[in-house]
Design a binder for this molecule. Structure first.
Ligand code: NAD
Ligand code: TYD
Length: 358
């Protein structure tokens, strides 16, 4: 194997997609934990990116925001060189499965071509003129593995890739391209495939924040199909802790699954959120009266489950948040930050919902 590294000590990191849900949580986590490391966000500010997610970070002299596109390989090359970046943490993507069903093109463009554009810039600056200390971490999803039967063992890193949605297929493709840049050129790359995240700053088109927002507004809670699909939920900063361990101690060319060992059916999650909302707003109770079964998602994956034993045994990873504490914290964040989610739900998102779901 070429380009193998085990320990990496980042000094200046580039976070792509750092104005989105997981990326912005990552920035806050990183600035607090590593006050001596510089962090630069590159984000195109699509509908899912919001500079307001980074308001506190913008006050920190170690932080810089660049409004730009990962498809702009020249810009990325100049940033890597000019800012002496030694680490890329690549979150930028189109990330919502429903949108990928209605309009796959943007997913192929950003997730596949965008990732390749970053890799090209990284190779040019970090390898072509003599190798510099570097690490490229690619943030991916458990959806690349496809769907599981109810009693099947959880996905390990050896599980065959069988992506079902255009979103999952675009992420699977990007994983392969990242891997090829290690094997062909010797770029130091790592990949994480994580389960469903939840927490602050998640755009309310995804299940958990949508249900919280609709409970607050007394709107219907759309349950696709029979609601018995299963997802494995992880608190967002438990994902970020895993990425942190991989960047510093993970072995190049390795893939690590990250998950919470926390499988729930969609309907059970929605009922749990309704019960917690009943405690907060007894006048609106019972919130489960808002549950509304709707037409199923096309090609809907039945079950995802992650076997995270590799990252646990090799890198000492352990999620810190229980679902009980994480979901309470998340609900409280949406209650405390109504202005934030009302603002992001206005405009283009409403337009998109109306166009595609009448
Ligand atoms: P998100 O949709 O909230 O954020 C994506 C961010 O990327 C936004 O800030 C957007 O403006 C930016 N972006 C999009 N296209 C860009 C481009 N061409 N150039 C620069 N920036 C661009 O996504 P998220 O939920 O935070 O997910 C982040 C990453 O984690 C994605 O790669 C996703 O596949 C992966 N992931 C997400 C989950 C989850 O549950 N949300 C789980 C596992 C993996
Ligand atoms: P989502 O949050 O979109 O994440 P993903 O598709 O990446 O797993 O959806 C989580 C689950 O919830 C998924 O099985 C689809 C389902 N779902 C609903 O039933 N209703 C909804 O309104 C949404 C957005 C999702």
């Amino acid at each position: 194997m070429i380009g193998k590294t085990v320990k990496h000590n980042p000094k200046t990191i580039l976070v792509t997609g750092g104005a989105g849900f997981i990326g912005s949580n990552f920035v806050h986590y990183w600035l607090e934990k590593y006050p001596n490391e510089r962090i630069i966000v590159l984000d195109a500010l699509t509908y899912a990116g919001n500079r307001a997610n980074l308001t506190t970070a913008e006050k920190n002299p170690q932080f810089k925001f660049i409004h730009g596109d990962i498809l702009d390989s020249d810009l990325v090359g100049k940033l890597l060189d000019g800012e002496q970046i030694d680490t890329i943490v690549h979150f930028a993507a189109e990330s919502h499965v429903d949108r990928s069903i209605h309009g796959p093109d943007a997913f192929l463009k950003t997730n596949i071509e965008g990732t390749h554009s970053l890799l090209k810039a990284a190779k040019k600056i970090w390898l072509d003129g003599g190798e510099k200390d570097h690490r490229f971490h690619h943030v991916s999803t458990d959806e690349v593995y496809g769907t599981l039967e109810p009693a099947a063992p959880a996905f390990t890193e050896q599980h065959q890739y069988k992506p079902n949605s255009p979103y999952a297929a675009s992420k699977a493709s990007s994983d392969h391209i990242v891997r090829s840049y290690h094997h062909t050129y010797g770029l130091n790359t790592t990949i994480s495939n994580c389960s469903n995240n939840y927490g602050p700053y998640q755009f309310p088109e995804k299940l958990i924040p949508l249900v919280i927002a609709n409970c607050i507004d007394g709107k219907l809670l759309p349950i696709y199909g029979d609601g018995k699909q299963i997802r494995d939920w992880l608190y967002v900063n438990d994902h970020n802790r895993g990425i942190d361990l991989i960047i510093r101690n993970g072995e190049s060319d390795n893939t690590y699954n990250i998950g919470g060992n926390n499988e729930w059916t969609n309907i059970d999650i929605v009922i749990l959120i309704c019960e917690l909302m009943d405690q907060h707003d007894p006048k609106g109770a019972p919130h489960n009266r808002l549950v509304s079964y709707v037409t199923d998602r096309l090609g809907h994956d039945r079950r995802y489950a992650i076997d995270a034993s590799k990252i646990m045994s090799e890198l000492g990873y352990k999620p810190e948040e229980t679902f009980e504490t994480g979901i309470r914290q998340t609900i409280q964040w949406y209650l405390d930050n109504e202005r934030w989610w009302r603002k992001v739900m206005d405009g283009s998102y409403r337009e998109w919902l109306n166009k595609n779901y009448n």
